[in-house]
Design a binder for this molecule. Structure first.
Ligand SMILES: [Zn+2]
Ligand SMILES: [Zn+2]
Length: 230
């Protein structure tokens, strides 16, 4: 039987008895032994082959129209054990832009992608945890107008107090807005009315902005009069 057949059958003991080289493991591009171990979610075989044949991070790039990495397939096929193993072994951090951005920009959603999102958006997640919304608005280049909210409308996702209003007039809290649309990269449609929010214009409650900029401070700038709220 061939290596590929043993992988399919999850027969690690037979693979251990084979005489193989690194080239054998990597042969076959998009059907190589690592890809198949990932595809069948056979984590033990994946780790055995990687460790025994000293496969490097760079060896794991396979040619598939463009350069894709096994890291991408581990994520795409939601092999969380293989993904976590690769993150740990190769110390994948937000600096690994080539690995991460391919996944971030590819249109699919599963738990593995969330693991990758948390690495890619490490700083943004910290801003969110610290309620540092001004940095987030700046980071994602979101245009906003800044007014003091007087109504008690609630977020259409979590029911918390609303801290921003989209152009379609639907209310969100800033956590849901940033998480839903930017960190987890959902389709850019309002969760409530499905209108496009691509224009990125928000009305934001000034109470959540820490700015000392007088232009953004409603107490110092009469143009930001709270009565302007609809
Ligand atoms: Zn919310
Ligand atoms: Zn809406």
């Amino acid at each position: 039987m061939s290596l590929h057949e043993y992988i399919k059958k999850n027969d690690l003991e037979s693979i251990k008895k084979m005489t193989l080289t690194k080239e054998n493991i990597l042969a076959g591009y998009s059907s190589n032994a690592l890809f198949l171990s990932c595809f069948y979610k056979h984590t033990e075989i994946f780790i055995y082959l990687t460790e025994t044949y000293e496969i490097t991070k760079n060896d794991m790039f396979i040619i598939f129209n463009v350069r894709y990495h096994i890291f991408f397939y581990a994520c795409y096929y939601n092999c969380k054990d293989i993904l976590n193993y690769l993150i740990e072994k190769f110390n994948v951090t937000k600096k690994d832009n080539e690995l991460l951005s391919v996944i971030i920009n590819y249109d699919f959603h599963n738990e593995s992608k969330e693991i990758v999102m948390k690495i890619y958006y490490e700083d943004e997640c910290k801003y969110l945890a610290n309620n540092d919304y001004e940095k987030l608005l700046e980071r994602f280049k979101i245009e906003y107008t800044h007014v003091l909210f007087t109504s008690n409308n609630t977020c259409c996702i979590c029911n918390d107090n609303s801290t921003c209003i989209l152009e379609c007039n639907h209310n969100y809290c800033m956590n849901c807005y940033i998480n839903y649309y930017y960190i987890y990269n959902n389709p850019k449609l309002c969760a409530m009315c499905r209108k496009s929010i691509l224009s990125k214009h928000l009305i934001v409650d000034s109470s959540i902005i820490k700015s000392n900029n007088p232009l953004l401070n409603p107490l110092l700038n009469p143009l930001l009069n709270p009565l302007n709220i609809y």
